[in-house]
Design a protein around this ligand. Structure first.
Ligand code: SF4
Ligand code: SF4
Length: 678
């Protein structure tokens, strides 16, 4: 029915208020809020039946047929389908694998309090700066601003701004020592994250990694121009300061060796370090190189020279990194051959733009079929191409061919253990991350398949909670890993225009032709004042849970001042912050049903103010009632014209609605009395 309420021409003005009332009561029931009773709902439905039987019919039938279910919803807040009473966290926070409290973190940036912003971040990630530079930002895909303005809030670099500008670093508390020793194999994002949380829980944590430097994929798989070493190391230092020891250049021979050496638990978080082969004849020749092997060689300081003509196969972020690094290593012509088109590339669209700006050529809809010893590679038109059946294969010559189609792990060191593998990953319990060997857990890419840094952080958090509970013999608090508000940050005073603006901020990078020959950090610092303005575009979905009750209450009183739309995720969001300025009557019906205080109507400084998550959408001067002296909003004002017995107007008063009603009733009586006289 909500959809019909949004299509104005489908429901007449006489039906809308009662339809809105029924929808509001049902919404309150599904949220477990309000004081709705079955009797009240049945009454509203029967009222609706009299004006719109086709709308009321299915609800009335359900009230009869599913009476017990309705009663359970209202009296016990239980739902047999499991679809009601669910927590309503901000969609961005839900989409973030580390469940960072994005709206609180950004609101602090908006207030210019970067230290507090970093403190919020530090609760859910030990790597906010690194994430702020390299995260593909799944949060932005779910941001409700996509629906409102067409452009999500620029969330990713907020973390980088907070980390850069914070004057006070968060104080990390450590619990009393537990006496338990934990070995973590792999110093990438999953291992570092698990260490960060386990050390705070009082355990003694040591990380073992075979490389020369810490950071795993962040150090060896992501180019320095995107994530400079000094930024990564600053974050690793925070973890080391918790007492975590990092042993580098350590080759693990067997997964159980740490148990044998007296460690109480082991976390395997070695990541996926080897490039996948292309899987076509000739892919084993020396000029066919794994993309990750190439990036790793460059980051190890081996300075491999390539070019002049390089072909990269693949369309993900790693393939983009390979293509852009190829320029920096001597190539003058870099082509990315991809089996689909640009829109379908898994790489972050901004990364694609950066690569194209540097001169990378994208060749769409081709798949490799074989590679010849004379450095020619043959492509056939991929099945995704519209002209797949009619276009013949092509052959191209290149100096190097890079495989950027994914990574895999060497799992030989699991031999002789009870740890199973499947499709190149370690098999573990999806909730506890326990492997087949008691006390050995797996996290990050090695457990879930090659993914992002932030996904590895989410996995490291889970591993830490699970290992802690296993070691201490207590139930794991996995609930604490769910999206939660980490702070209560006041709203930002944004204007209605800012809230719906599609003017998304952007970050400047160095000039493409300058940067493509340099490994230096390519991004210019994002001005914190620009970040603060961008933060004002956030609609604070942590407070406004998108239930839509306010809009329904507004329809019930007939004002229709609030306008919401449904996002692709099924959440209601304010589409228009300017309409209330014309239509709001300041009655407060919205605020009386809002379960979170996101919308308020209050009298302040001589005005009745309607405010949605910090944005004033209506400001009406208050009037003083000439009769009772109470204040009331000007839009509800009543001019009462008092007339003498001959019907001549003698006085015009400003009355509040209550006094006006009394005066009207009195006048009616006088008129009737006079009518009897004559
Ligand atoms: S508007 Fe703000 S809280 Fe809502 S999804 Fe976007 S960033 Fe998150
Ligand atoms: S302002 Fe309140 S009532 Fe309106 S959608 Fe948000 S949480 Fe619900």
């Amino acid at each position: 029915m909500r959809a019909q309420l949004h299509t104005e021409d489908r429901l007449s003005a006489s039906i809308r208020p009662v339809a809105a009332r029924v929808t509001r009561i049902i919404t309150e029931v599904t949220l477990g809020r309000g004081n709705a009773s079955l009797k009240e709902l049945a009454g509203a439905v029967s009222e609706l039946e009299s004006v719109a039987p086709e709308l009321a019919g299915p609800i009335a039938a359900s009230l009869k047929k599913d009476k017990t279910e309705w009663e359970n919803h209202i009296a016990r807040n239980t739902c047999s389908a499991g679809t009601c009473f669910l927590p309503r966290s901000a969609p961005c926070q839900v989409a973030c694998p580390a469940h960072i409290d994005i709206p609180s973190m950004m609101a602090h940036v908006g207030h210019g309090d970067f230290s507090k912003s970093l403190e919020v971040l530090s609760k859910d990630t030990p790597l906010p700066d690194s994430c702020g530079l390299v995260c593909p930002a799944p949060c932005e895909y779910e941001c409700v601003q996509n629906t409102v303005s067409g452009e999500p809030v620029f969330i990713r670099p907020m973390k980088h701004v907070a980390a850069r500008c914070a004057e006070i670093r968060p104080e990390l508390k450590k619990a009393a020592p537990t006496g338990k020793k934990i070995a973590i194999v792999g110093c990438g994002p999953a291992g570092l994250t698990a260490a960060y949380y386990l050390a705070q829980k009082g355990h003694s944590v040591e990380i073992f990694d075979e490389r020369e430097h810490p950071g795993g994929v962040m150090r060896y798989g992501i180019p320095n121009y995107r994530l400079p070493d000094y930024k990564l190391y600053a974050e690793i230092d925070v973890i080391k300061n918790l007492g975590v020891k990092i042993h580098l250049g350590y080759t693990v021979r067997q997964a159980r060796e740490f148990q044998d050496k007296g460690y109480d638990a082991t976390l395997l978080a070695t990541g996926m370090q080897n490039s996948k082969r292309l899987g076509v004849p000739g892919d084993d020749q020396d000029f066919v190189i794994g993309g990750m092997d190439f990036l790793s060689a460059v980051r190890s300081g081996k300075n491999p020279r390539v070019g002049p003509h390089v072909i990269v196969i693949g369309g993900g972020n790693a393939a983009i990194d390979v293509a852009m690094t190829a320029f920096r290593q001597g190539a003058t012509k870099v082509q990315m051959w991809y089996r689909r088109n640009r829109k379908q590339m898994p790489a972050n669209p901004h990364e694609v733009e950066l690569a194209l700006a540097e001169g990378v050529e994208l060749v769409e809809f081709w798949a490799p079929t074989r590679i010849f010893p004379d450095k020619r590679i043959e492509f056939e038109r991929s099945r995704y191409a519209p002209d797949a059946k009619t276009t013949p294969p092509v052959t191209v010559r290149a100096d190097q061919i890079f495989a950027g189609i994914g990574q895999e792990a060497d799992l030989g060191w699991l031999d002789g253990t009870k740890i199973e593998t499947k499709w190149g990953n370690i098999v573990c319990d999806p909730v506890t991350l326990q492997t087949g060997e008691p006390g050995i857990f797996a996290g990050g890419d090695i457990a879930h398949g090659a993914s992002t840094v932030v996904a590895a952080i989410g996995s490291g958090k889970r591993a830490a909670e699970s290992i802690h509970s296993w070691l201490m013999g207590i139930p794991a608090d996995f609930e604490s890993l769910e999206p939660k508000r980490r702070d209560e940050v006041p709203f930002l005073p944004s204007t209605p225009q800012q809230r719906t603006s599609s003017d998304r901020a952007h970050i400047e990078e160095n000039d493409p032709l300058t940067r493509r020959v340099s490994h230096d950090f390519m991004q210019k610092d994002w001005d914190e004042k620009v970040a603060a303005v961008e933060a004002e575009r956030c609609l604070r979905c942590d407070i406004c849970i998108g239930c839509g009750l306010c809009e329904l209450a507004c329809m019930e009183v007939g004002a229709e001042a609030l306008k919401m739309v449904e996002t692709k995720g099924g959440r209601m969001v304010f589409k228009d912050f300017t309409t209330p300025a014309e239509k709001c009557i300041g009655c407060g019906a919205c605020t009386s049903v809002c379960p979170t205080g996101a919308i308020i109507v209050e009298d302040r400084d001589g005005f009745r103010i309607t405010e949605i998550t910090g944005t004033i959408v209506r400001k009406q001067p208050l009037q003083v009632c000439s009769c009772c002296g109470e204040t009331f909003s000007a839009s509800a004002r009543q001019y009462h014209k008092t007339r003498d017995t001959l019907g001549k107007k003698v006085l015009e008063e400003m009355l509040c609605p209550a006094c006006a009603r009394i005066q009207s009733a009195k006048s009616m009586k006088e008129m009737q009395w006079m009518a009897q006289l004559f």
